[in-house]
Ligand binder design. Structure first.
Ligand SMILES: *[C@@H]1O[C@H](CO)[C@@H](O)[C@H](O)[C@H]1NC(C)=O
Length: 221
């Protein structure tokens, strides 16, 4: 009997370990200085010095400047704008789109995103990780009042399908979601990725890679 109880306890312990998820990473990397105690990459402010303004941001009604090659602008409100978001696992973004503007394919390595359109019509989509059936694309024509979810880490985009400006608001499940704009990261890294590597990866000639690397990859964030 005691043996059964021990076995049961061991099984319970094992299953609880299986169910425990990876701790979320809140920065790309963290080299700790030897003289500071950090929580999720930030030093904590003493509570008696905290004020309401540490949880406050103003100006999210202001349209972002979409005068760039993409015709879009992301205005982020994360732990860099609101210190009080530290360790809370949530943030916000406003996205403005010029007519036919694009928020280009990108990922948030640390966050799921839920997006709603306040004005205009967007064509939105995301692509799954590699599966037996390839990378599956899920898209939606998306109008004022609609809500769409982009699962954590997956490549996604939004395109303003209309002749008028569009506005969307996104909530993200990280205080610091991070953004990897695919074209910028692949063709506009500093220094550039070897054209031999990219020519092989994309199955094109080095001239095509050199052409792409010569473009200006605007960051709309
Ligand atoms: C918007 O950005 C463009 C390009 O950087 C700049 O020329 C223009 O002055 C900006 N407009 C405003 C209102 O800030």
């Amino acid at each position: 009997m005691a043996c059964h109880i021990l076995l049961f306890a061991l099984l319970a312990l094992a299953s609880s370990r299986v169910m425990a998820s990876d701790p979320s990473q809140l920065q790309d990397f963290c080299l700790l200085p030897l003289d500071a105690v950090l929580v999720n990459g930030f030093v904590c402010k003493p509570p008696m010095h905290v004020t309401a303004d540490d949880f406050f941001f103003s100006g999210h009604d202001m349209p972002g400047n979409t005068s760039n090659q993409l015709g879009s602008k992301v205005t982020q409100v994360n732990v860099n704008q609101i210190a009080g978001l530290n360790t809370l696992g949530i943030s916000l973004a406003r996205i403005d789109y010029a007519p036919y503007g694009l928020n280009p394919p990108h990922t948030h390595p640390r966050a799921t995103e839920i997006l709603t359109v306040l004005e205009g019509t967007l064509y939105v989509g995301f692509v799954t990780t590699n599966t037996n059936n390839g990378n599956l694309l899920f898209t939606k024509m998306f109008k004022k009042g609609d809500v769409f979810v982009f699962p954590e880490g997956l490549i996604h985009f939004q395109f303003n399908y209309g002749p008028t400006p569009a506005v969307a608001v996104a909530a993200l499940s990280s205080q610091n979601p991070g953004v990897i704009t695919i074209a910028n990261a692949v063709f506009g890294s500093n220094p550039l990725i070897s054209d031999a590597v990219l020519a092989k990866a994309f199955q094109v000639g080095k001239d095509t890679i050199k052409y792409l690397q010569a473009q200006f990859w605007v960051d709309n964030n």
